[in-house]
Design a protein around this ligand. Sequence first.
Ligand SMILES: CC(C)(COP(=O)(O)OP(=O)(O)OC[C@H]1O[C@@H](n2cnc3c(N)ncnc32)[C@H](O)[C@@H]1OP(=O)(O)O)[C@@H](O)C(=O)NCCC(=O)NCCS
Length: 192
Amino acid sequence: MARRPNRWRAGADLPPQHGSRQAGGEDLPKPVQPALCAVAPSPAEAAAIRLIRHGPLVLRLRWRLEALRQLFDQHSFWACHRRPRQLARMLGQSQAVVSAWRGQELVGFGRATSDGVFRAVLWDVVVATEHQGLGLGRRIVEELLLCSAVRQAERVYLMTTNSAGFYRRLGFDASHSQHLLVWHRDHRQAPH
Ligand SMILES: CC(C)(COP(=O)(O)OP(=O)(O)OC[C@H]1O[C@@H](n2cnc3c(N)ncnc32)[C@H](O)[C@@H]1OP(=O)(O)O)[C@@H](O)C(=O)NCCC(=O)NCCS
Protein backbone atom coordinates (compact mmCIF):
# COMPACT_ATOMS: atom_id res chain seq x y z
CA MET A 1 0.00 0.00 0.00
CA ALA A 2 1.31 3.42 -0.89
CA ARG A 3 2.67 5.50 1.95
CA ARG A 4 2.51 9.21 2.39
CA PRO A 5 4.70 11.47 4.45
CA ASN A 6 2.52 12.47 7.31
CA ARG A 7 3.36 15.16 9.76
CA TRP A 8 -0.15 16.44 10.36
CA ARG A 9 -0.65 17.24 13.98
CA ALA A 10 -3.76 17.62 16.02
CA GLY A 11 -4.62 18.78 19.47
CA ALA A 12 -7.70 18.69 21.62
CA ASP A 13 -9.22 21.36 19.39
CA LEU A 14 -10.44 19.98 16.12
CA PRO A 15 -11.62 21.80 13.02
CA PRO A 16 -15.15 22.98 13.83
CA GLN A 17 -16.47 22.03 10.41
CA HIS A 18 -15.97 18.37 11.27
CA GLY A 19 -17.98 18.13 14.41
CA SER A 20 -19.82 19.75 17.23
CA ARG A 21 -18.06 21.05 20.32
CA GLN A 22 -18.55 18.95 23.41
CA ALA A 23 -17.98 19.70 27.07
CA GLY A 24 -14.40 19.08 28.14
CA GLY A 25 -12.80 20.51 25.00
CA GLU A 26 -13.26 17.45 22.83
CA ASP A 27 -15.19 17.20 19.61
CA LEU A 28 -17.76 14.74 18.43
CA PRO A 29 -17.29 14.06 14.71
CA LYS A 30 -20.37 14.20 12.55
CA PRO A 31 -21.83 10.92 11.23
CA VAL A 32 -20.04 9.23 8.35
CA GLN A 33 -21.62 7.29 5.50
CA PRO A 34 -21.59 3.61 6.54
CA ALA A 35 -20.35 2.59 3.07
CA LEU A 36 -17.18 4.60 3.61
CA CYS A 37 -16.25 2.45 6.57
CA ALA A 38 -16.31 -0.75 4.53
CA VAL A 39 -13.58 0.09 2.03
CA ALA A 40 -9.84 0.29 2.56
CA PRO A 41 -8.82 3.95 2.77
CA SER A 42 -6.62 5.63 0.20
CA PRO A 43 -3.75 7.78 1.48
CA ALA A 44 -5.97 10.81 0.94
CA GLU A 45 -8.64 9.30 3.16
CA ALA A 46 -5.99 8.41 5.71
CA ALA A 47 -5.12 12.10 5.85
CA ALA A 48 -8.75 12.77 6.75
CA ILE A 49 -8.46 10.67 9.88
CA ARG A 50 -8.49 13.04 12.80
CA LEU A 51 -6.56 12.68 15.99
CA ILE A 52 -7.90 13.75 19.34
CA ARG A 53 -5.51 14.53 22.15
CA HIS A 54 -7.81 14.04 25.08
CA GLY A 55 -8.19 16.24 28.08
CA PRO A 56 -8.02 14.88 31.64
CA LEU A 57 -11.65 13.73 31.62
CA VAL A 58 -11.24 11.79 28.33
CA LEU A 59 -14.90 12.48 27.69
CA ARG A 60 -15.01 11.57 24.02
CA LEU A 61 -13.77 8.06 24.76
CA ARG A 62 -15.69 7.62 27.97
CA TRP A 63 -18.82 7.90 25.87
CA ARG A 64 -17.47 5.31 23.43
CA LEU A 65 -16.02 2.61 25.67
CA GLU A 66 -17.66 -0.08 23.57
CA ALA A 67 -15.82 1.20 20.48
CA LEU A 68 -12.55 1.12 22.39
CA ARG A 69 -13.27 -2.38 23.63
CA GLN A 70 -13.91 -3.52 20.05
CA LEU A 71 -10.72 -1.87 18.77
CA PHE A 72 -8.70 -3.75 21.38
CA ASP A 73 -10.56 -7.02 20.88
CA GLN A 74 -10.23 -6.98 17.10
CA HIS A 75 -6.81 -5.41 16.53
CA SER A 76 -4.62 -6.18 19.54
CA PHE A 77 -3.56 -9.46 21.06
CA TRP A 78 -2.69 -8.22 24.57
CA ALA A 79 -5.73 -6.08 25.32
CA CYS A 80 -8.59 -8.42 24.49
CA HIS A 81 -11.49 -8.97 26.88
CA ARG A 82 -11.04 -5.74 28.78
CA ARG A 83 -14.30 -4.71 30.34
CA PRO A 84 -15.75 -1.21 29.82
CA ARG A 85 -15.49 -0.45 33.53
CA GLN A 86 -11.81 -1.39 33.46
CA LEU A 87 -11.27 0.71 30.34
CA ALA A 88 -12.87 3.73 32.00
CA ARG A 89 -10.51 3.35 34.94
CA MET A 90 -7.55 2.86 32.61
CA LEU A 91 -8.37 6.11 30.79
CA GLY A 92 -8.71 7.98 34.05
CA GLN A 93 -5.31 6.79 35.26
CA SER A 94 -3.47 7.68 32.02
CA GLN A 95 -1.75 11.03 31.75
CA ALA A 96 -1.88 11.13 27.94
CA VAL A 97 -4.57 9.65 25.70
CA VAL A 98 -4.79 9.96 21.92
CA SER A 99 -7.49 8.51 19.71
CA ALA A 100 -7.94 8.49 15.92
CA TRP A 101 -11.31 8.78 14.21
CA ARG A 102 -12.61 8.30 10.72
CA GLY A 103 -15.98 9.94 11.01
CA GLN A 104 -17.47 8.27 14.07
CA GLU A 105 -15.35 5.15 13.70
CA LEU A 106 -12.54 4.72 16.22
CA VAL A 107 -9.57 3.52 14.13
CA GLY A 108 -6.60 4.11 16.40
CA PHE A 109 -5.59 4.60 20.00
CA GLY A 110 -2.57 5.14 22.23
CA ARG A 111 -1.96 6.22 25.79
CA ALA A 112 0.85 6.95 28.21
CA THR A 113 1.43 7.11 31.92
CA SER A 114 3.94 9.57 33.28
CA ASP A 115 5.27 11.14 36.46
CA GLY A 116 5.74 14.33 34.45
CA VAL A 117 9.43 14.63 35.32
CA PHE A 118 11.48 11.48 35.05
CA ARG A 119 9.69 8.62 33.36
CA ALA A 120 6.82 8.05 30.96
CA VAL A 121 5.63 4.80 29.40
CA LEU A 122 3.63 4.36 26.21
CA TRP A 123 0.88 1.75 26.28
CA ASP A 124 -1.73 0.18 24.02
CA VAL A 125 -0.81 1.75 20.68
CA VAL A 126 -3.22 0.17 18.21
CA VAL A 127 -4.23 0.96 14.62
CA ALA A 128 -7.16 -0.88 13.05
CA THR A 129 -5.81 -3.38 10.54
CA GLU A 130 -7.39 -1.75 7.49
CA HIS A 131 -5.73 1.57 8.38
CA GLN A 132 -2.24 0.24 9.05
CA GLY A 133 0.69 1.17 6.85
CA LEU A 134 -0.52 4.70 6.17
CA GLY A 135 1.34 6.60 8.84
CA LEU A 136 -1.41 6.59 11.45
CA GLY A 137 0.61 4.70 14.07
CA ARG A 138 3.38 7.25 13.65
CA ARG A 139 0.94 10.10 14.10
CA ILE A 140 -0.47 8.59 17.28
CA VAL A 141 2.96 8.06 18.85
CA GLU A 142 4.17 11.52 17.81
CA GLU A 143 1.05 13.02 19.30
CA LEU A 144 1.59 11.14 22.56
CA LEU A 145 5.18 12.38 22.68
CA LEU A 146 3.87 15.95 22.37
CA CYS A 147 1.50 15.63 25.34
CA SER A 148 2.92 17.69 28.19
CA ALA A 149 3.08 14.83 30.71
CA VAL A 150 5.18 12.81 28.26
CA ARG A 151 7.13 15.71 26.81
CA GLN A 152 8.34 16.69 30.27
CA ALA A 153 9.62 13.23 31.16
CA GLU A 154 13.33 12.77 30.61
CA ARG A 155 12.86 9.21 29.31
CA VAL A 156 10.01 7.48 27.51
CA TYR A 157 9.78 3.70 27.66
CA LEU A 158 7.60 1.14 25.97
CA MET A 159 7.22 -2.60 25.76
CA THR A 160 6.46 -4.36 22.52
CA THR A 161 6.26 -7.97 21.46
CA ASN A 162 6.48 -7.72 17.69
CA SER A 163 6.55 -4.03 16.73
CA ALA A 164 10.09 -3.04 17.73
CA GLY A 165 10.82 -2.15 14.11
CA PHE A 166 7.95 0.32 14.10
CA TYR A 167 9.25 2.11 17.20
CA ARG A 168 12.80 2.13 15.88
CA ARG A 169 11.51 3.93 12.80
CA LEU A 170 10.13 6.54 15.18
CA GLY A 171 13.46 7.05 16.95
CA PHE A 172 13.24 4.65 19.89
CA ASP A 173 16.36 2.66 20.71
CA ALA A 174 16.50 -0.90 21.95
CA SER A 175 17.95 -1.11 25.45
CA HIS A 176 20.54 -3.82 25.94
CA SER A 177 21.48 -2.77 29.44
CA GLN A 178 18.07 -3.28 31.03
CA HIS A 179 15.92 -6.31 31.66
CA LEU A 180 12.15 -6.41 31.54
CA LEU A 181 10.83 -8.26 34.59
CA VAL A 182 7.15 -9.00 35.06
CA TRP A 183 5.08 -9.76 38.10
CA HIS A 184 2.31 -12.09 36.90
CA ARG A 185 -0.73 -11.44 38.98
CA ASP A 186 -3.60 -13.84 38.62
CA HIS A 187 -6.29 -11.48 37.38
CA ARG A 188 -8.95 -13.56 39.09
CA GLN A 189 -7.43 -12.58 42.44
CA ALA A 190 -6.88 -8.95 41.51
CA PRO A 191 -8.83 -6.45 43.60
CA HIS A 192 -11.70 -4.82 41.79
C1 LIG B 1 2.34 -1.33 15.15
C2 LIG B 1 1.28 -0.38 14.60
C3 LIG B 1 0.78 0.53 15.71
C4 LIG B 1 1.92 0.48 13.49
O1 LIG B 1 0.96 1.38 13.00
P1 LIG B 1 0.93 1.74 11.43
O2 LIG B 1 -0.06 2.83 11.24
O3 LIG B 1 0.72 0.50 10.66
O4 LIG B 1 2.41 2.24 11.20
P2 LIG B 1 2.88 3.47 10.29
O5 LIG B 1 2.22 3.37 8.96
O6 LIG B 1 2.70 4.74 11.02
O7 LIG B 1 4.42 3.15 10.14
C5 LIG B 1 5.44 4.07 10.50
C6 LIG B 1 6.77 3.47 10.06
O8 LIG B 1 7.02 2.26 10.78
C7 LIG B 1 7.18 1.19 9.88
N1 LIG B 1 6.54 0.02 10.50
C8 LIG B 1 5.23 -0.14 10.80
N2 LIG B 1 5.04 -1.32 11.41
C9 LIG B 1 6.24 -1.91 11.47
C10 LIG B 1 6.68 -3.14 12.00
N3 LIG B 1 5.84 -4.01 12.59
N4 LIG B 1 8.00 -3.44 11.89
C11 LIG B 1 8.86 -2.57 11.33
N5 LIG B 1 8.50 -1.38 10.82
C12 LIG B 1 7.19 -1.05 10.91
C13 LIG B 1 6.51 1.60 8.61
O9 LIG B 1 7.07 0.94 7.50
C14 LIG B 1 6.78 3.09 8.60
O10 LIG B 1 8.08 3.31 8.11
P3 LIG B 1 8.42 4.64 7.21
O11 LIG B 1 8.25 5.81 8.13
O12 LIG B 1 9.81 4.41 6.77
O13 LIG B 1 7.42 4.64 6.10
C15 LIG B 1 0.12 -1.14 13.93
O14 LIG B 1 0.64 -1.99 12.94
C16 LIG B 1 -0.69 -1.96 14.92
O15 LIG B 1 -1.59 -1.44 15.55
N6 LIG B 1 -0.38 -3.27 15.02
C17 LIG B 1 -1.16 -4.16 15.87
C18 LIG B 1 -1.04 -3.80 17.32
C19 LIG B 1 0.40 -3.70 17.78
O16 LIG B 1 1.17 -4.63 17.61
N7 LIG B 1 0.72 -2.55 18.41
C20 LIG B 1 2.01 -2.29 19.01
C21 LIG B 1 1.92 -2.55 20.47
S1 LIG B 1 3.40 -2.19 21.33
